[in-house]
Design a protein around this ligand. Structure first.
Ligand SMILES: [Zn+2]
Length: 164
C-alpha cells in the first residue's frame, strides 16, 4: 500500500481508515538527524476510529534504528516494536481529559505528516548514550582482547574450515 505523506487524522477517524506499510525514516526529520540509517524504513500499522468521545489512533510501529556506539564508534542496532495508542486532540485541555490508555496526539494543523504520528515513539527508543551492551572496547579495557579473539565465532569457523 502506498502511504500518503500528509493525512487529516480526524477525517481518517471518521472514515475508519487503516494505514499499513513502509514509511521512510528520512521523512521523519527530527529522527533522521539522530540515526545513521535514515534511508531505512519503518513498518507502520495504524487504525483510525472513534471510541466514545475519543478520536483514536492505535496500532504499532516497527523499525531498526542504527546509531553510533559512543565507546567504539561502530554501529549499534536498536530494534523498535512499539504499540501506538493515541487520542487525537486539538487542545492541551482536551489532551488532559483523555481516558487511559490514550496518549494525546495534539493537532496544530488540520493535516499532519503520517510519519510524525510514530516519530516520537521511535525517538523515545534512542538511549541518551548509545552503546553496545557487549562492546568490544570494554573487553579491551579489561585486558581480555586475546581471549575475545579465540572465542570469536568467525575465527572458530575459519579454523573448522581449514581442517576440513
Ligand atoms: Zn561498541
Amino acid at each position: 500500500m502506498r502511504l500518503p505523506d500528509l493525512i487529516d487524522p480526524l477525517y481518517c477517524v471518521d472514515k475508519g481508515r487503516r494505514w499499513r506499510g513502509k514509511i521512510s525514516l528520512a521523512r521523519m526529520t527530527r529522527l533522521a538527524t539522530m540515526i545513521v540509517n535514515p534511508e531505512a524504513s519503518a513498518m507502520i500499522d495504524l487504525t483510525f476510529f472513534r471510541e466514545g468521545r475519543v478520536a483514536a489512533v492505535t496500532g504499532s510501529v516497527q523499525a531498526t534504528l542504527v546509531l553510533t556506539c559512543q565507546r567504539c564508534l561502530e554501529p549499534v542496532l536498536i530494534s523498535v516494536d512499539q504499540p501506538i495508542q493515541l487520542g487525537v486532540v486539538t487542545s492541551i485541555e482536551e489532551g488532559e481529559a483523555l481516558p487511559e490508555p490514550y496518549e494525546p496526539l495534539l493537532l496544530e494543523e488540520e493535516q499532519i505528516r503520517l510519519g510524525s504520528i510514530v516519530e516520537d515513539e521511535l525517538i523515545l527508543a534512542i538511549p541518551d548514550v548509545p552503546r553496545h551492551d557487549d562492546c568490544r572496547m570494554l573487553k579491551v579495557e579489561a585486558g581480555s582482547e586475546e581471549k575475545d579473539r579465540q572465542d570469536n565465532p568467525f575465527t572458530v569457523l575459519a579454523n573448522w574450515k581449514s581442517k576440513h
